[in-house]
Design a protein around this ligand. Structure first.
Ligand code: 5AD
Ligand code: SF4
Length: 440
């Protein structure tokens, strides 16, 4: 049996696409092995959102070549999409599969296996304007996370001044609504109680399909699936909360009271330089509305520090705004100049040492706010979907995305159970499952 090994870098969408590619290889009779094992094929699903993403991607390609110099090395994902020539020069690389060809990866790999090793690497990467279709990868069925993710949208047309993603993922394309509903029905039938809808710019869903179709229609349609207990939206831009979407959220009986709304910066001057199309006052209004629609709503976000021109005073505005909004989770990013994006040639680039300092301060603040949020639920009973075993405990999420750990049998994984929250433990909360023995 031929062996194949995978390494994924970057976002949820990439992780998901790796799982689907794994399934495609398994269905064709391959054995999936650990990345550190000797394999016949190595697939590296790369990321390039920051320089660190690209660097780690290169390291993984080199590691695969060291593990087995005779192996077929296949590189896919955003780094190879935007820098295919650079990737093709790394020793061992024989095939580069563009993001929109991931569904053909087995066939393409087998063609490459039949070629001589010293042939020039084959590059199958389309230009942005050629990326016109939404190619569905099969839903992976080997997941052990009890929480399925489903990509329903691809690409971004926003071109924020710092971001390389619109170049790597192409223009917006959506999965037809009837396919989304069919996939969700299938997942529910397989026993999934929570589905996370993902996309590169999820809030743009439907625009390419019809003028009147939007994410609101997805939320409305999925609200009718009675066995789907939780529907989560992975990330929604502040400007995408239309009246229709807000109404759908209000009326939905399964949408989670958790929204990830990328802020990027808490200073209006920087938001403007970033090419974001809102200011902090607008953002605050959106969050107020969300809080008025759903009880105990959790708001999480992405924030970038060290954008060109960000002064100490600007950064303090971000800190103040973060405190005001009371985020329950913040992904902190250090601005990384990406070649070809406008911001990489902006004046007043911020030194790395200052980016590090601001990132540390904001990360500390993020933990403090998360603990404050979690504290609100101590002594209360919440529903937790248990997803994985951690040492002798099991772990899962509440609808408002609190990570909860408790003593419980592995058979409880995949169930939604009532839990009394007892104690803050770092980023998560320890609790007792009702009716379960609370100890070893
Ligand atoms: N540098 C740092 N972070 C970035 N992101 C996007 N582009 C860059 C960049 N050039 C972050 C944004 C986005 C997240 C997915 O990645 O915060 O929300
Ligand atoms: Fe990048 Fe902005 Fe598009 Fe998000 S909305 S992928 S940050 S360009």
């Amino acid at each position: 049996m031929n062996k194949v090994a995978f390494m994924t870098l970057g976002c949820k969408v990439n992780q998901d696409e790796t799982e689907s590619m794994m399934d495609l290889f398994k269905k064709s009779g391959y054995q999936v092995v650990d990345f550190d094992d000797k394999s016949d094929i190595y697939v590296i699903n790369t990321c390039t959102v920051t320089q660190v993403g690209s660097k780690k991607s290169r390291q993984m390609i080199r590691r695969a070549h060291r593990l087995n110099p005779d192996a077929l090395i296949v590189v896919t994902g955003c780094y190879s999409q935007t820098a295919s020539e650079e990737v093709a020069k790394i020793p061992g690389v024989r095939l580069i599969v563009g993001n929109d060809q991931k569904h053909n990866i087995v066939k393409l790999s087998e063609e490459a296996l039949n070629k001589r090793k010293d042939e020039k690497p084959k590059i199958l990467v389309s230009q942005r304007h050629e990326l016109t279709e939404f190619h569905s990868l099969p839903i992976a069925t080997n997941r052990q996370r009890h929480r399925a993710t489903l990509k329903i949208q691809e690409g971004c047309d926003n071109f924020c001044t710092y971001c390389i993603v619109p170049y790597a993922r192409g223009p917006i394309r959506s999965k037809p609504l009837k396919d989304v509903v069919e996939d969700c029905k299938q997942l529910v039938k397989e026993g999934y109680r929570e589905i996370v809808l993902t996309g590169i710019h999820l809030g743009s869903y439907g625009k390419d399909l019809s003028e009147s179709l939007s994410l609101a229609d997805v939320v409305n349609s999925l609200s009718e699936l009675s066995d789907l207990k939780r529907l989560r939206l992975s990330s929604i831009e502040p400007t995408d909360f239309s009246v229709e979407l807000l109404t759908a959220i209000k009326n939905s009986n399964n949408i989670c009271n958790h929204f990830h709304v990328p802020l990027q910066n808490g200073c209006d001057k920087i938001l403007d330089l970033m090419g974001r199309k809102y200011n902090t006052a607008y953002y605050e209004k959106v969050i107020e509305t969300l809080r008025s629609l759903k009880k105990d709503v959790a708001i999480t976000t992405d924030i970038m520090v060290g954008f060109p021109g960000e002064t100490e005073e600007d950064f303090n505005k971000t800190l103040e705004f973060v405190q005001k909004i009371q985020f329950s989770g913040i992904h902190v990013f250090k601005y990384s100049p990406r070649e070809g994006t406008p911001a990489s040639s902006f004046p007043n680039q911020v030194p790395n040492s200052i980016k590090d300092k601001r990132s540390d301060i904001l990360t500390k603040k993020a933990l403090e706010l998360k603990q404050q949020f979690n504290q609100l639920f101590l002594g209360k009973e919440v529903d937790v979907l248990f997803e994985k075993a951690v040492d002798d405990q099991i772990e899962g999420h509440t609808t408002n995305y609190i990570v909860v750990q408790a003593y419980g049998r592995k058979e409880l994984l995949g169930s939604i159970l009532p839990v009394e929250l007892l104690e803050i433990r770092g980023e998560s909360v320890f609790g007792r499952i009702k009716g379960e023995f609370n100890g070893r």
